[in-house]
Design a protein around this ligand. Structure first.
Ligand code: ADP
Ligand code: GLC
Length: 479
């Protein structure tokens, strides 16, 4: 079984969020099941070209630019598409001011066109073609459509699966782009690639892929409804039979409290002394008062409306009246960033904020905190709550999407591993933090029991890989 992954991020080469983590880990798990998975992604300048090997040049149809396909010297299953004008600039999707690159449609259409050439075995320097294209998010949404166009003219083509990591990002552009991208106008209607007057890469994929999946069973249900369907609920309902919810896993090697190279001390479910050392080290690193008795809350997140960072920030003055500390790492919305920094100045020693993207600090926060805040308004899957579970940091989450599928409230479930609240309101969050504070201080045995349960859970990619394998088989059998 030959599968091509098409995506716009892959850690550690490129990452703005969980997609990068998924593309870094899932192909390897599928390979260990015997599936020949290759990954195609744009080359944004990492790794250095001295670590890469040039395989050949490409000039996809209806495009003006030449590109190059490079692979890792050590791993020839990852194909980097190099096109410096398109991809080698600071920012994968946006400029430094946080605005989307204007030529995003051309940039991502280009890699989609190359994916089609690769899938169809039309790259002469690669003796390979795909049985199945597994595309991820809007940036890869055009390829299933382009392949459907190939079958219209009678060409054989691979099966196609589009995975939705986040329905909120729809790749919507002006209809004039159809001309610029040399796409037929006949599909520009509400049953095709049109989404309320604009042309949507995501919708093209959702309409034309053979099957659809998303990254948790709950989110698969939620997106068929008005609210979280984000204008695509009706379409997703109509494709219900082809829509699968497969919960993400986490890379248990890179996120392992017993051996994590980013941590000052290590720990396991049965010996958590190292976790206390990590807590004191984190408090020191972040300028908080070092004290293992204080409840230390943390958040690592893209700072956007989805993640509910505004709910946390609005609550800070109230929280700071309690013996609670808060550490926050994130980037995103400029207003939220400023608000967070202002609050940190207001509560020195109790609240610390780092604006930026810092992999090592993300690991140290997961290890050093007592509880992780994830009041996301919606969450397709979420990886941070699973990292938290593995590091014995109890997640406090809004019960939505993948959060509802991974976190069980310890007041409602004997096997509880965290705290769950609904709705995503400031009041519900405040009450739940108060509840967590009570358990931490007065029922600490229950806290510890939940930590042990959380740390012993298996969230590795193995289960998800088996589910994708059976979905691939189902698609290829034509059933
Ligand atoms: P999303 O993909 O919606 O952002 P996920 O929870 O699936 O949410 O994944 C987020 C990933 O990005 C995690 O690996 C998290 O640790 C990482 N991350 C988010 N913000 C930062 C940051 N500022 N610094 C380091 N890592 C971050
Ligand atoms: C998206 C979602 C997140 C999910 C990640 C990986 O960024 O927002 O919930 O975990 O993709 O699938």
């Amino acid at each position: 079984m030959r599968v091509l992954f098409l995506a716009s991020e892959m850690a550690p080469f490129s990452k703005t969020g969980g997609l990068g983590d998924v593309i870094a880990a899932l192909p390897g798990s599928l390979r260990s099941l015997g599936i020949d998975v290759r990954v195609l992604l744009p080359y944004y300048g990492y790794p250095k070209r001295s670590e890469l090997r040039l395989l050949g040049t490409v000039h996809p149809p209806y495009t003006k630019r030449l590109g190059e396909i490079w692979s890792l010297g050590t791993d020839d299953s990852i194909y980097f598409l190099r096109q410096p004008e398109y991809y080698e600039r600071g920012g994968i999707y946006q400029n430094a001011a946080g605005q989307d690159w204007e030529d995003n449609p051309e940039r991502f259409a280009y890699v989609n066109r190359v994916a089609v050439e690769l899938c169809q075995g039309r790259l002469p320097f690669l003796d390979w073609r795909a049985d199945l294209l597994h595309a991820h998010d809007w940036q890869a949404g055009l390829a299933p459509y382009l392949l459907a166009l190939e079958s219209r003219i009678g060409a054989p083509r691979p099966k196609t699966l589009l995975s939705i990591h986040n329905l909120a990002y729809q790749g919507r552009f002006a209809p004039e782009l159809l001309d610029i991208l040399h796409l037929p106008k006949e599909d520009f209607h509400p049953g095709g690639v049109e989404l309320y007057g604009s042309f949507s890469f995501l919708k093209a994929g959702l309409v034309f892929a053979d099957a659809l999946s998303t990254v948790s069973p709950s989110y698969a249900r939620e997106i068929q409804e008005e609210d979280l369907g984000m204008g695509l609920g009706g379409l997703l309902r109509s494709r219900q039979q082809d829509l699968y919810g497969i919960l993400n896993g986490i890379d248990v090697t890179r996120w392992n409290p017993a051996a994590d190279p980013y941590l000052p001390a290590h720990f396991t479910a049965h010996n958590r002394q190292g976790k206390t050392q990590c807590k004191i080290a984190l408090q020191t690193e972040m300028g908080l008062i070092p004290d293992p008795q204080t409840l230390l809350l943390g958040m690592v997140s893209r700072m956007v409306e989805q993640k509910g960072a505004d709910l946390v920030l609005a609550l800070v003055p109230q929280l700071m009246e309690h013996p609670i500390q808060l550490v926050l790492l994130g980037t995103g919305d400029l207003a939220l960033q400023e608000q967070a920094q202002r609050l940190a100045w207001q509560y020195p020693g109790k609240m610390a904020v780092r604006i930026g993207f810092d992999e090592g600090l993300a690991h140290r926060i997961e290890a050093g905190i007592d509880a992780f805040l994830m009041p996301s308004r919606f969450e397709p899957c979420g990886l941070n709550q699973m990292y938290s579970l593995r590091y014995g940091s109890l997640p406090i989450v809004h019960g939505t999407g993948g959060l509802a599928d991974t976190v069980r409230d310890l007041h409602q479930d004997q096997r509880g591993n965290g705290f769950v609240f609904r709705p995503a309101s400031q009041e519900a969050l405040a009450q739940t933090i108060a509840r967590a504070e009570r358990v931490f201080h007065t029922e600490n045995w229950q806290w510890q029991a939940a930590q042990t349960i959380a740390m012993q859970e298996n969230h590795s990619w193995q289960r998800a890989a088996l589910e994708y394998q059976s979905l691939y088989r189902h698609l290829l059998s034509g059933a």
